[in-house]
Write a protein that binds this ligand. Structure first.
Ligand code: BES
Ligand code: MN
Ligand code: ZN
Length: 493
């Protein structure tokens, strides 16, 4: 992975392969941000005018690469636009877009506002997240490696500088791991393999881990995980990761949907909806990444993470529409649609998580296409049995720059989940409000008095389009930093 450090060097004389400089959109010409005036002088005061001539206006996400012809030490200047904003997310996005544009370059330095700890952190984190690449499966020589070394030009140094670089490195490593897992094809990531990866990471990070295999799941009464996983030659797993802190006052439980491939099962998906369903384990990956991040940052909370891992395939052993399964909670569920499988693995994970007596349960899932219909690709839906909890989750997401919006749990939708023969059906007869009916189904497995939130990130988990800001194509690592931020908001000190 790319390494980052804070460096108080002078942008004009600093020896590097490329210098990234931030610009605001001005009334006529783009204006270099704080710290970039000296640069303008090095270019004879003509930097802004030359960039304007090249069509660069300093709009958010805009990038112009200019050879420096010896005016400064770096042979290449990368101008990146900030528009008229200066908030943390604007800095993260600008740094990310610029760092990504430098794939194939060994060293780059960044001159963006980084005088305060918050700004320095935003710039460094955005750059690390934007520099991400996934080339494990390329054999050709044209795959460009992410920029290897990043210097964030900032007056902050010493202990504070070290704290910032450590923090952003931990956050970026968590997010990169989540993206790698989502990008990994299902031929190389099945439930037991995911559990093995978690075991290894837990050993390295000092997390406790427990893995239930298919026999233990069957004996333990995890009918949802068994039902969904029984059509695949790769049996299901339930992973429990746990992190404890001696000063913790609160315990958080995270539950992630980990369908390593979702074909729909016998209720088979059309091919066009199936080819990206390797991303259907994004919730479990985010929970996994968040636990590692919380441990590395030493957040003073207790946190448990459940990874509900199964592969949803059709076969002679697959569950059938109209099967009734016995969930871990004891409630029975009629499976009307085998493609509504996420809620079946989560109902077991949520009921199991409640046994840890957490102060809050948050489940994360690529649960419904209806989330994308309602909120689009970049905004996750947040639902909760407690208004304040829902607001807190949305606030944590917003602070991390992750799109999220509160959604309701209308009571009248519950009766549509009645089954003629079981306690519940896994499918609502109406498509309308599909994100909400899925959440209402999950709520049935949250014991009374337990605070719970559900994050549906079907859209945000995977970027089918072009990269933007610090978000690459493919796995995005969505909601990982939101969960870490949520843990920090529950910290005791
Ligand atoms: N994994 C899908 C949801 C999904 C869709 C995630 C698009 C990412 C992008 C989920 O298991 C699913 O198939 N949901 C069904 C539910 C329906 C059968 C009630 C859906 O949304 O169509
Ligand atoms: Mn499905
Ligand atoms: Zn699914």
């Amino acid at each position: 992975m790319t390494t980052v450090r804070l460096n108080s060097a002078d942008p004009v004389s600093f020896d590097t392969d490329a210098l990234i400089v931030g610009f605001r959109s001005g009334p006529e010409a783009p204006l270099p941000v704080t710290g970039a005036q000296a640069l303008d002088a090095a270019f004879g005061g003509k930097l802004a005018a030359s960039l304007t001539a090249a069509g660069f206006a300093g709009k958010p996400g805009e990038i112009a690469k200019v050879p420096t012809f010896g005016a400064i030490s770096a042979p290449l200047l990368v101008a990146v636009g900030l528009g008229d904003k200066s908030d943390a997310e604007t800095l993260r996005r600008a740094a990310g877009a610029a760092a990504r544009s430098l794939a194939g370059t060994a060293r780059a330095a960044i001159a963006l506002p980084a005088e305060s700890a918050a700004d320095a952190e935003a710039v460094a984190l955005g750059a690390l997240l934007g520099a991400y690449g996934f080339s494990r499966y390329r054999t050709g020589g044209d795959a460009k490696d992410p920029v290897a070394e990043l210097d964030v030009l900032s007056p902050l140094g010493g202990e504070e500088g070290a704290r910032i670089t450590e923090r952003v490195t931990a956050l970026a490593e968590s997010v990169s791991l989540v993206r790698d897992l989502v990008n990994t094809p299902p031929s190389d990531l099945w439930p037991a393999k995911f559990a093995e990866i978690a075991e290894q990471a837990a050993a390295e990070t000092g997390l406790s881990i427990e893995v239930l295999d298919e026999k233990q799941l069957k004996d333990g009464g995890y009918g949802g995980l068994i039902g969904v996983g029984q059509g695949s030659a790769n049996p299901p797993r339930l992973v429990r990761l746990s992190y404890t802190h001696p000063e913790a006052a609160k315990t958080l439980a995270f539950v992630g949907k980990g369908i390593t491939f979702d074909s729909g099962g016998l209720s088979l998906k059309p091919s066009a909806s199936m080819d990206w369903m390797k991303s259907d384990m994004g919730g479990a990956a985010a929970v996994f990444g968040a636990l590692l991040g919380i441990a590395r940052l030493g957040v003073p909370v207790n946190a448990v993470g459940y990874l509900c891992l199964a592969e949803n395939l059709p076969s002679g052993t697959a569950q059938r529409p109209s099967d009734v399964i016995h969930s871990y909670s004891g409630k029975t569920v009629e499976v009307l649609d085998t493609d509504a499988e996420g809620r079946l693995v989560l109902m077991d994970g949520i009921a199991r998580a409640a046994e840890d007596s957490p102060d809050l349960i948050v489940d994360v899932a690529t649960l419904t296409g209806a989330q994308i219909v309602a909120l689009g690709w970049r905004t996750a839906g947040v639902m909760s049995n407690d208004d304040a909890v829902r607001e807190l989750v949305v606030e944590a997401a917003t602070a991390a720059g992750e799109g999220a919006w509160g959604m309701p749990l209308p009571e009248e939708l519950r009766k549509g989940l009645d089954s003629p023969i079981a306690d519940l059906a896994n499918l609502h007869p109406e498509r309308w409000g599909g994100m909400l009916t899925a959440a209402i189904f999950l709520k049935e497995f949250v014991p009374d008095g337990v605070r719970w939130a559900h994050i549906d990130m079907a859209g945000p988990a995977f970027n089918k389009g072009e990269p933007y800001g610090y978000i690459p194509k493919g796995g995005t690592g969505a909601i990982t930093r939101t969960l870490i931020g949520l843990a920090e908001r529950h910290a005791s000190i």
